[in-house]
Design a protein around this ligand. Structure first.
Ligand SMILES: [Zn+2]
Length: 206
């Protein structure tokens, strides 16, 4: 296969939804994409089945030349192993790269979603032309990714830039990680409306 025209499969495992898309290397436009929500209380096995079905719809028998994976949680990018998901049970120490390489017979790269997004912004978006940048993602969780001197900086255990569970108010409300007053407990997609409702109730009862 011509490396200029390799079919690349891109996968995004989120806390509440999943997405898959294909693109030819060198192209700047997706050829096709699919998304699906995870059912509430789904586990890692269900997530992987949903993704497999999206991939099947996209590839329709074609073989990918490479697979890139963005995962919504801490990942060991050197081995492509998911450490865990804070939102979905059952992902602990999943060798995602190995599983996908075995199933699709293509080289796979797996990284944390904020690191992947930071790399995307650095190459094609807001970070273009800069040597170093920090990217913040606010979705089901809150995460961050560093690019330092043109390269992703993952830090010890891949945790660099993971700002979601930094405690900003030790007396604050309890977070899903067990600590109190994390950044994510105040600023993530699911918690923002929740906090706004509590604030509105407090204001009207005054
Ligand atoms: Zn937390």
């Amino acid at each position: 296969m011509n490396s200029q025209n390799k079919l690349i499969l891109a996968l995004d495992f989120g806390g509440t939804k999943h997405a898959a898309a294909i693109v030819h290397s060198g192209d700047r436009k997706w050829q096709k994409g699919r998304r699906a929500l995870s059912p509430p209380f789904a586990g890692a096995t269900v997530d992987r089945e949903i993704m497999r079905s999206l991939i099947h719809q996209l590839l329709q028998g074609e073989k990918p030349g490479a697979i890139g994976v963005s995962f919504g949680g801490p990942v060991d990018a050197t081995t492509g192993t998911v450490r865990l998901s804070h939102h979905v049970p059952g992902w602990e120490n999943t060798p995602l790269r190995e599983l996908l390489e075995t199933e699709y017979g293509a080289p796979v790269s797996v990284d944390n979603d904020a690191n992947v997004a930071a790399l995307g912004e650095y190459r094609f978006g807001a970070g273009k032309g800069y040597e170093s940048m920090f990217y913040i993602t606010i979705s089901t969780g809150v995460g961050g990714g560093w690019i330092l001197n043109g390269r992703p900086w993952r830090g010890a255990d891949g945790m660099a830039g993971e700002i979601g569970h930094i405690v900003v108010d030790p007396e604050g409300p309890k977070c899903l990680c067990g600590k109190r007053g994390c950044v994510e407990r105040f600023a993530s997609g699911p918690y923002c409306p929740n906090s706004a409702a509590v604030l509105a109730a407090a204001t009207t009862s005054r």
